[in-house]
Design a binder for this molecule. Structure first.
Ligand code: ATP
Ligand code: ZN
Length: 220
């Protein structure tokens, strides 16, 4: 890390990247042109962006490679359920975009219509730790089938009886004949930071948070 400069991890491309770059732009952060695919330097603030996959952001911030990062609460919570170091990170500011919900869903007319019906069943998800935690808290024993994507096809493929997946409009569920019956987590983009950034590199982080707050307030 460059002395005196704060490093912010941002998704390289995708929904969090779009919202994150908009927020930075509206906050008056000017990015220098660069060929470097990993790092982008801000011209007018002592800030460098590190562009990575959103799933990698919690561990990059926890390890200290980046002082802070913009990530979905869903990804943060899944990583925190696996790693105590990530669980120790602080949410500095809720950012109000990339809103979505992690939900349990199952085929419309099938045998699973409620959480209790999950006992002894198989659930496909890209969020195995959050799903396991949710089930354990309710005393349900079920098999968790981890999938990297396209989780909504699992019931049709007979891979699982239910899914635990991100939902925003519900169109994907509907298109696959699925209905949601329980919310596991409400999520939005958040700014996270490690101890070092909160204590040591405080000034830039404070400046960033103040500007983010201003932009978020102006949007309401
Ligand atoms: P990568 O892992 O390559 O960075 P991804 O496929 O995980 O990308 P996106 O689909 O852009 O990335 O999702 C990133 C985050 O955006 C999710 O983790 C979640 O917090 C949020 N998100 C996902 N789906 C939606 C949605 N339909 N509406 C709003 N926000 C969403
Ligand atoms: Zn991802």
């Amino acid at each position: 890390m460059n002395a005196g400069r704060l490093t912010l991890a941002v998704q390289k491309s995708g929904r969090l990247a779009e919202g994150g770059f908009d927020l930075l732009k509206q906050s008056g952060v000017k990015l220098a042109y660069a060929r470097d695919a990993l790092m982008r330097r801000a011209e007018n603030v002592p800030l460098d962006l590190m562009l990575i996959r959103d799933d990698d952001i919690p561990s990059f911030v926890a390890s200290g490679s980046c002082g802070c990062g913009i990530v979905g609460e869903n990804v943060l919570a899944e990583a925190a359920a696996r790693s105590p170091r990530v669980a120790g990170l602080e949410i500095v500011q809720r950012l109000g975009f990339a809103k979505c919900t992690l939900k349990l869903a199952a085929p419309l007319e099938g045998p699973v219509q409620s959480v209790a019906d999950l006992e002894g069943r198989a659930i496909a998800t890209s969020y195995p730790a959050l799903t396991a935690k949710f089930l354990a808290e309710r005393g349900i024993t079920a098999e968790i089938v981890e999938m990297g994507g396209s989780v909504e096809v699992a019931p049709r493929m007979k891979i699982a009886d239910a899914i635990c997946d991100l939902v925003s409009t519900g169109a994907t569920l509907e298109a696959n004949g699925l209905a949601a019956f329980e919310t596991v987590l409400e999520s939005e983009a958040v700014l996270i930071a490690n101890r070092e950034a909160l204590n040591g590199g405080g000034a830039t982080l404070e400046l960033l948070v103040e500007r983010f707050k201003g932009v978020i307030a102006s949007r309401q």
